[in-house]
Design a binder for this molecule. Structure first.
Ligand SMILES: [Cu+2]
Length: 302
């Protein structure tokens, strides 16, 4: 009976893997793909460390625990069913087992917590040019150098759109979701529910200090961009800080990640990473005139 169960389980698993389309594993985009498995592609040091933590530690911990529980269940099903074990034990306590099932999960959580807190500390500690960050090797305890921030962007969450302000350049704009009609007309290649009218524009290979808050008369939001490994609350009256340094040009999407009202699902985040020269020209044009003129200097977004 057990053999038959394991055989069917194996067949189901094998066919699931065989039927998984290749696209599911193709992640080299700034947004999720239909049916995608795994995290979005990384373009920052922080997301490298999140990938390493998830794929190298968390996933395997979960797999081992799942297998252990499955083996225990199968043993119980086979050895202690009513037929095999007609006279059940009347034990209610076993001190040793109770200590083991308390202490072992605590140890597992402590082992997970150590690299997890390191990643969190990296996310919330702004680079000063000296500090070393985790990066792709989660066990490195810091070996990636990151330059100090060269650009500061203040993000304000509103109901239900984002405001971006280039603090030192004294320029700001609002970013709203594109409805289907606008998207089809202006940016047909961009993903539905993620495309916006004005993307946040930042230079590649540059550390950007992000200051995140929310409309003082509003509610809590959260600013999240998976490819950057950023997720931080936008709280009215409070300024939270994080940072990123994107190594690849392109458009990276995120969404508000704190339930904030009826249009919570419709306030996407789109960050356009351009070359340093493109950014300099964009910013100069923006400072001399309007954002539409500045965006006209960039290659058209499909
Ligand atoms: Cu929200």
């Amino acid at each position: 009976m057990t053999g038959q169960f394991l055989r069917s389980f194996g067949i189901v698993l094998a066919s699931a893997l065989a039927l998984t389309p290749a696209a599911v594993f193709a992640q080299d985009r700034g947004h999720p793909l239909p049916g995608q498995i795994g995290l979005q592609a990384s373009v920052t040091t922080i997301m490298d460390s999140i990938h390493a933590f998830h794929d190298g530690i968390l996933l395997w911990t979960s797999v081992l625990i799942t297998l252990l529980v499955m083996v225990l269940l199968v043993i119980v099903m086979v050895r202690f069913n009513a037929k095999a074990n007609p006279k059940p034990s009347t034990n209610t306590h076993n001190t040793l087992i109770e200590i083991v099932w308390t202490v072992v999960p605590i140890l597992v959580l402590v082992i997970i917590a150590i690299p997890s807190f390191s990643v969190l500390t990296d996310q919330l500690t702004l680079p000063d040019g000296q500090r070393k960050y985790l990066g792709p090797n989660i066990f490195s305890f810091g070996e990636v150098e990151v330059p100090a921030p060269e650009l500061t962007v203040k993000v304000t969450g509103n109901q239900w759109y984002w405001d971006y302000e280039y603090v030192d350049q004294d320029k700001s704009f609002s970013s709203n979701i594109y409805g289907d009609a606008d998207r089809e007309a202006n940016k047909p290649g961009q993903p539905r529910l993620l495309a916006v009218d004005y993307e946040l524009v930042v230079p590649v290979d540059t550390t950007v200090r992000m200051q995140i808050t929310a409309d003082p008369a509003g509610v809590i939001h959260a600013f999240a961009v998976p490819s950057f490994g950023i997720k931080i609350d936008a709280v009215p009256g409070k300024l939270n800080e994080t940072w990123f340094n994107a190594r690849k040009t392109g458009i990276y999407y995120g969404q508000c990640s704190e339930l904030c009202g009826k249009d919570h699902a419709f306030m996407p985040i789109a960050v356009r990473v351009v070359t340093k020269d493109e950014f300099a020209l964009w910013m100069k044009t923006f400072q001399e005139g309007f954002i539409d003129d500045a965006n006209a200097t960039l290659a058209k977004v499909e």
